[in-house]
Design a protein around this ligand. Structure first.
Ligand SMILES: C[S@@+](CC[C@H](N)C(=O)[O-])C[C@H]1O[C@@H](n2cnc3c(N)ncnc32)[C@H](O)[C@@H]1O
Length: 320
C-alpha cells in the first residue's frame, strides 16, 4: 500500500507564515514535503525555500517529487536542524522571511519496516532520523542500567510504569536482546497492559500501551529536545524583522520548550528581578502571534489521526 504524509494544520501554517512571492523560506523538517510544496506554490514565481531533514530518505524522496516542478527555487540539504545557522548561511539563506518546524516523525518513517519507529510496522529497533549518526534504540535497551532506563522512560515518555518496564527490559535481555519493535511492544504489553477501563466498547482504546516508551526512546536516540532548543535559537537569529517562526509540536515536552522559548524571546532581558536596572542588554526579539496554541479541528483529526495531538505556535521577529 502506498504511504503518504498528509501535512498537518496546513491552512493555519500558511496563514501564520504568510509566504510571499520573492521571499526566502526555511522548512527545517522537510518530511514528505507537504508544507514545502504549499509554501513554494504561495511564493511563486521567485520565492525560494531551503528544506532540511536529518533523514536522507526524506531528502531523496522530496527531491524526486518536487525538483522537476520547482527547480532551483527549492534547495535541499540533509542536516540536523541543530546546524540550521551554518547550513542556511552556506546556502544563501542568512536572512529569511519565515521558518517552519513540524516536529517528530513522518508517516513514511512510521511505516518503514526497517527502522522500528512504530510498533505496528515493526522492524529492527533503530529509530535514528539520520541512520549514519548516533546510537540505535536497540543499543540503548541493551546497555543502559535499570535506573537509566527508568529515568529515560519517565523523562521523555512521562511513563507512569517506567520502573516496571525497565526491570522487565533488564530481565528479558539476559535471555535474548530486545532487537525489534515487535519484541519491545510485546514486552510492554505484557508487563504494563492497558487499563481495561479505557478499552471498553464505549471508550475504544486510543493509544497502544507502548506508545510512551517508543516516544521516549526516539527522543533519546535523536536528542530531540536539545536539538529543538538549538534549532529554535538558530531560527530566530536568521529571521529578518517581520519574519515569522511557526512550530508544530506533538507532545507536551516539545510544546513546553517552544512555549518557554518564545516567552523568553518576548521578554528579552534575562537579569534577575532584584537588579534595579538591566545589565544583560538583551532586547525582546519576538512578538507572539498565537496567544493560545492552535489545534486541529475535529474534521482534520478524523481525516488525519496523526494531527490529533498537534499544537501550533507562531511568533514574529521584531526589529533589532
Ligand atoms: C512530521 S515530519 C515533517 C512533515 C512535513 N512537514 C510534511 O508536510 O511532509 C518531521 C520530519 O522532521 C525530521 N526531523 C526531526 N527532527 C529533526 C532534526 N533535529 N533535524 C532535521 N530533521 C528532523 C524527521 O526526519 C521527519 O522527516
Amino acid at each position: 500500500m502506498e504511504v503518504g504524509h498528509i501535512p498537518v494544520l496546513a491552512e493555519e501554517v500558511m496563514s501564520m507564515l504568510v509566504p510571499a512571492p520573492g521571499s526566502l523560506q526555511i522548512d527545517a523538517t522537510l518530511g514528505g514535503g507537504g508544507h514545502t510544496e504549499r509554501i513554494l506554490e504561495a511564493t511563486d514565481p521567485d520565492g525560494r525555500l531551503l528544506g532540511l531533514d536529518a533523514d536522507g530518505a526524506a531528502i531523496a524522496r522530496v527531491a524526486g517529487r518536487l525538483h522537476p516542478r520547482f527547480g532551483d527555487r527549492l534547495v535541499l540539504r540533509q542536516a540536523n536542524f541543530r546546524e540550521l545557522g551554518a547550513v542556511a548561511r552556506a546556502e544563501g539563506f542568512g536572512e529569511v522571511d519565515g521558518t517552519l518546524f513540524d516536529l517528530g516523525l513522518s508517516s513514511y518513517q512510521l511505516a518503514d519496516t526497517e527502522r522500528g519507529f512504530g510498533f505496528r510496522a515493526g522492524g529492527p529497533l533503530d529509530m535514528r532520523f539520520d541512520t549514519a549518526r548516533g546510537v540505535p534504540a536497540a543499543e540503548l535497551l541493551a546497555t543502559l542500567s535499570q535506573d537509566e532506563l527508568t529515568a529515560l522512560f519517565r523523562r521523555y515518555g512521562e511513563e507512569p510504569k517506567a520502573r516496571r518496564i525497565a526491570r522487565a527490559v533488564v530481565d528479558a535481555r539476559k535471555t535474548a536482546p530486545i532487537a525489534t519493535a515487535e519484541d519491545l511492544a510485546a514486552l510492554v504489553e505484557r508487563v504494563a497492559p492497558p487499563n481495561p477501563r479505557q478499552t471498553g466498547r464505549r471508550q475504544p482504546r486510543r493509544t497502544h500501551p507502548a506508545t510512551r516508551v517508543f516516544q521516549a526512546l526516539r527522543i533519546a536516540v535523536n536528542e530531540e529536545l536539545d536539538a529543538l532548543q538549538d534549532g529554535l535559537a538558530a531560527a530566530v537569529d536568521l529571521l529578518r524583522p517581520g519574519g515569522r517562526l511557526v512550530v508544530l509540536s506533538y507532545h507536551s515536552l516539545e510544546d513546553r520548550i517552544v512555549k518557554r522559548f518564545i516567552a523568553a524571546e518576548r521578554r528579552g532581558c534575562v537579569c534577575p528581578p532584584e537588579l534595579p536596572v538591566c545589565v544583560c542588554g538583551r532586547n525582546p526579539r519576538l512578538r507572539l502571534l498565537t496567544r493560545k496554541s492552535v489545534t486541529p479541528t475535529s474534521a482534520e483529526v478524523e481525516a488525519n489521526p496523526r494531527a490529533r495531538s498537534a499544537r501550533l505556535r507562531a511568533a514574529e521577529r521584531l526589529a533589532a
